[in-house]
Design a protein around this ligand. Sequence first.
Ligand code: PHB
Length: 394
Amino acid sequence: MPELQTDVAIVGAGPAGLMLAHLLHNAGIDSVVIDNRSRDDIAHTHRAGILEAGSVRMLEAAGVDSRVHTAGHRHDGITIRVDGTSHLFDFPELVGESVWLYPQNEIFVDLAAARERTGRPIHYSVSDTRLGDIESERPWVAATTVDGEELRIEARYVVGSDGSRGPCRAMIPDTTRQRYFHEYPFAWFGILCEAPPSHEVLVYSRSERGFALISQRSDTVQRMYFQTSPGTDAADWSDDRIWTELQSRVAGPDGFELRTGTITDKTVLPFRSAVTEPMQHGSLFLAGDSAHTVPPTGAKGLNLAFADVSVLAPALISALKDSDAEALAGYSQTATKRVWKAQNFSYQMTRMLHADPGQDAFETKRSLGELHSILDSEHGRRYLAECYTGWPNG
Ligand code: PHB
């Protein structure tokens, strides 16, 4: 049975786990990373594609050889369309920041390559992941490797960056763990298509038929979404039906038209908000989706995961190198402050832009009033631009 000794055992090789492994490595701290998915699975999972300026700075500062500046695109704003009329948010003018369009799976590829260059392991495709002794100073993680061998990792700390369905969160005892959950009465239908961009920036559209988002991937591939009901079966939607629906949700007096093309992927995405607190217990620390899920409307998921790591990495480094565990003790409190700001923004964007099938006419009018309070006000536009481009840490 391979038994590994390390400083930090990291469960989950998504962007949070790999960014953490990289920052620790830069500080001379060892880690072992495991994931129950294969490398290919992670690299081909479509997730949101917007990076806050702070996330880009983190990639740069970490020295990850990221292609964000070559394969990604800087976006200086977004457009919000309301019943067919466009409102442009110019981020540099409003808050002096921009965001970058760079899909999460590309970030994974960059971070996995950076990890491979260090020669330190990522064990993919493990099964039956367990952990224990998290209240001690010698917690362990065990799993079965892809070759059927039993792997046991002994560490000083364990980090659960194992996503919303991983086993780490449940290790925090029920008596201290709180789960906050909000269900929304809709889902998103997402497509990838071979077409040129329809607009310079992303278009978030509120219409009587419901929400649509026109996002992008490259000069030749686009990502688009529209609000649908949670029980939707993607197989019931022909390409023609999808284009008609999307077009009707962005149509307006200015004649805005989508550039269409072959649809290469159709997926229905779940839509929910959840937070687990505290994000730590004993020697176990949670980061990213294992502790919180946001609806995709604010594009905050990956950015929040990176924000967690930007707090957790220096705290682990101080604890391991200088025996100063004070920052580590305050990790959950520091991280959850931002988590709730992101929950609020994602919720607010969702409520302002979607049509809730069960809502009364008052709520429809009220949420339009909320949206106009932002669109029609310099302060409101700054507020939205600040939330979208990301808050400073701390
Ligand atoms: C995406 O490109 O996948 C995307 C962009 C912005 C969002 C959500 C998803 O708010």
